[in-house]
Design a protein around this ligand. Structure first.
Ligand code: SF4
Length: 369
């Protein structure tokens, strides 16, 4: 089988090229052709020596993912479903705005965290994606959109690792993909335009701060451990006090940054005034340092199996007002792409649940206790 060059960050590609007897600068040229210019056909890489192009034809390829379907929303959002083999399919979403183009990328086929308000969590878990499968989503979306728009400039300015999966439970594949996004010879994105969203894998937050401190978003969803244990089951392993300490430590390596707390608004579950005040006390303790953060309130996108409802608009407004009055920057996420099930929490490809996450979730999770 040929080596898929999408599996490498620049260091990895240098190592692979050197193992083939090629110099480092050739790897840089090749990397730029693939990621900067979006070219997959080696014969079009005109500044590479003919002998190198022949070697690449024999031993390597730039293998994108097969598209299962594409849906275009009335608001311009695009959702692709990609086949990743063995009955699994993942989803990727492009969200255009006036000043940016954001790609929401999946990191796993399914997710083992099993949050009850999330369609992906309801499907169970099959496997981690490879670096190539993570980067192929960006490579494909960027090259496709550029071709369709007939432009040479970059279309995707921001990446959020908020699609299917818990990215920090796929750390080894994630980091080379992030490095490629940041690399000036790759996608050249600034650190703050690449966001990793985690449900709170504390040891990996610490590692990310050392290896690649991109912007960090945390799926918080509850102001106390009792509720969070049920809404984000990973909390049973890494409770809030540990998670908040990891967030504080992270910011020491991401200067002038803040943590974005994602908070899915669930009617009668986590949306009371008292819970808003508890959140304020959590990030602005009376005795102790405030945690630099902002809140992103996400109106829940209901799906039948969840048994949950979206908080009414006036409740979301009142909740946001309490946080804002306490001096915390608070936004309410606009729902994008909900006519094509591409909104937050709605992504659900086709997953062969190998760990019976869905079964265990159905037995153990009772939100309205
Ligand atoms: S919200 Fe995130 S961590 Fe929770 S089940 Fe969904 S994809 Fe997994």
């Amino acid at each position: 089988m040929k080596t898929n060059l999408l599996d490498f960050d620049l260091d990895g590609l240098v190592t692979w090229c050197q193992a083939q007897g090629e110099k480092k600068f050739r790897a840089v040229q090749l990397f730029r052709w693939i990621h900067h210019k979006g070219v997959s056909d080696f014969s079009q890489m005109t500044d590479l020596a003919q002998s190198l192009r022949l070697m690449l034809h024999d031993k390597a390829e730039v293998r994108a993912l097969s598209v299962v379907s594409r849906h275009n929303s009335a608001d311009g959002t695009i959702k692709w479903m990609f086949d990743v083999g063995q009955g699994n399919a993942i989803e990727t979403v492009f969200i255009p705005e006036t000043d940016r183009g954001t790609l929401c990328i999946s990191s796993q086929a399914g997710c083992a965290v099993a949050c009850p308000f999330c369609s992906t969590g309801a499907q169970g878990f099959s496997r981690n994606l490879t670096t190539a499968e993570i980067l192929a989503q960006l490579w494909f979306a960027e090259t496709t959109l550029r071709r369709e728009l007939g432009i040479d400039e970059r279309v995707i300015s921001n990446v959020v690792m908020m699609g299917m999966g818990e990215p920090l439970q796929n750390y080894a594949a994630l980091v080379p993909a992030l490095k490629t996004m940041l690399d000036d010879h790759g996608y050249g994105m600034s650190r703050r335009r690449v966001t990793v969203s985690t449900s709170g894998v504390v040891p990996m937050i610490e590692r990310l701060s050392q290896d690649c401190p991109v912007a960090l978003a945390v799926s918080l969803h509850a102001p106390d451990d009792t509720l969070r244990d049920r809404l984000v089951p990973l909390n049973q392993k890494y409770p809030l006090v540990e998670l908040l300490n990891a967030c504080r430590d992270y910011l020491a390596y991401a200067p002038r940054d803040f943590i974005t707390f994602e908070y899915c608004m669930l009617d009668g579950v986590n949306d009371s005034d008292a819970q808003a005040r508890a959140l304020i006390a959590m990030v602005r303790p009376l005795h102790g340092e405030a945690l630099p953060c902002k809140f992103n309130l996400i109106p829940f996108n209901p799906f039948p199996a969840s048994g949950l409802l979206r908080s009414p608009p006036e409740r979301i407004k009142a909740f946001a007002a309490l946080l804002s009055e306490a001096g915390i920057v608070t936004t309410v996420r606009k729902t994008r792409g909900d006519d094509i099930a591409a909104a937050c929490g709605q992504l659900a490809g086709d997953i062969q649940d190998r760990t019976d996450v869905a079964g265990r979730r159905a037995k153990t999770i009772r939100i309205h206790a």
